[in-house]
Design a protein around this ligand. Structure first.
Ligand code: NAD
Length: 322
């Protein structure tokens, strides 16, 4: 059987699958050539991360596909219902990257609180000639300890973000339209502790949070969770981190709120128009930016690969038995 991992796969997982008799290819094929590649190479299993789209037309055009795998959480780049209707199972690895995404949130959050994004943008050009002015521009930072973090979407990544934030002395409040969690289990210095967390209404979160982090999936109605109406009600000077999906925060409304100063600064790891984010986001000095790297650590990709390999082997065994 042939597996094609179009957005790459961890090398240990690749070796494991090869040892089990699979042929595994990992060279990235551009989206518009993927249909031809999958058919001419007779690919049985297509693996993707977030970059490659597996839409209805691709599924229909590749009758040899038997399994689709997503290394990561969100399945919004795959037409799952259509695949299943055609008898093609879709597998993913939801828990493997939560810690890595939460750590990226904290990296952005610390950076925003101390204006590192501004220093990083301006130091290369102005560091030698305008050092004192840069120091003045970047110096009004804040500590995170004692600040309130509002988490929107309190699933796997939201709860891991809460652990890191609580560990840094932040107060955590959250909203979630499904999950209610009274306390978070966390390990500190080898000791297991339970720390209470508070579910609030969206209005309370917007009014109280000094920092907001989003951890919701792509919404079925396509609407942003933080749109103009919500951004009008935030605590003035709030910082926002979005590692969820580009559409989770309305990009126009965010730019307007940054320009007005209502939102002090924000960090984006995800964009509506990936892989070509809007120019005005890239050049906005109050934004700290990363190119969708939430899950891109060696550890997360190792776990993603190992879990995918297990799921593929399990699927092969079940197909052989059937
Ligand atoms: P999860 O399913 O464990 O948690 C999502 C939570 O959001 C759920 O508890 C759900 O009830 C809640 N929710 C959904 N819609 C909501 C709404 N409108 N208001 C309030 N709560 C809402 O998912 P997860 O593993 O925590 O992942 C969250 C998202 O993070 C993924 O769907 C994906 O889009 C994104 N993600 C990004 C990266 C990255 O590289 N930046 C990596 C992994 C995941």
């Amino acid at each position: 059987m042939r597996i094609h991992a179009n957005d790459g796969i961890d090398t240990a997982a690749k070796s494991r699958l090869q040892e089990e008799g699979f042929t595994v290819t990992t060279d990235h094929v551009p989206q518009d050539q993927l249909r031809t590649y999958l058919n001419t190479e007779k690919v049985d299993v297509l693996l993707v991360r977030s970059a490659t789209k597996v839409r209805q037309d691709l599924i229909d055009a590749c009758p040899g596909l038997k399994l689709i795998g997503r290394g990561g959480v969100g399945l919004d780049n795959i037409d799952v219902a259509h695949a299943k209707a055609r008898g093609i199972p879709v597998i993913n690895t939801p828990a493997s990257s939560s810690i890595s995404v939460a750590e990226l949130v904290m990296a952005h959050l610390f950076g925003l609180m101390r204006n590192l994004h501004e220093g990083n943008r301006r130091m290369p050009a102005e560091g030698r000639t305008r050092f004192k002015e840069l120091k003045k521009a970047c110096e009004k930072g804040s500590e995170v300890r004692g600040r309130t973090l509002g988490i929107i979407g309190f699933g796997r990544i939201g709860q891991w973000t809460a652990r890191y934030a609580l560990g840094c002395g932040m107060r955590v409040i959250y909203v979630d339209n499904r999950t209610t969690v009274e306390a978070i289990e966390m390990e500190v210095g080898g000791q297991s502790v339970r720390v209470p967390v508070k579910m609030v209404t969206m209005d309370e979160l917007l009014a109280q949070a000094d920092a907001i982090s989003l951890h919701v999936p792509a919404q079925k109605d396509g609407k942003p969770v933080l749109g103009g109406a919500e951004l009008a009600r935030v605590k003035p000077g709030v910082v926002i981190v979005n590692t969820a999906r580009g559409g989770s925060v309305d990009e126009d409304a965010l730019l307007a709120a940054l320009k007005e100063g209502r939102v002090r600064s924000a960090a984006l790891d995800v964009f509506t128009n990936e892989p070509e984010p809007r120019e005005d986001l890239l050049t906005e000095p109050r934004l700290s930016l990363s190119p969708h790297i939430g899950a891109a650590t060696a550890e997360a990709q190792g776990r993603v690969g190992a879990e995918l390999a297990e799921l593929i082997l399990h699927w092969r065994d079940s197909v052989q038995v059937a």
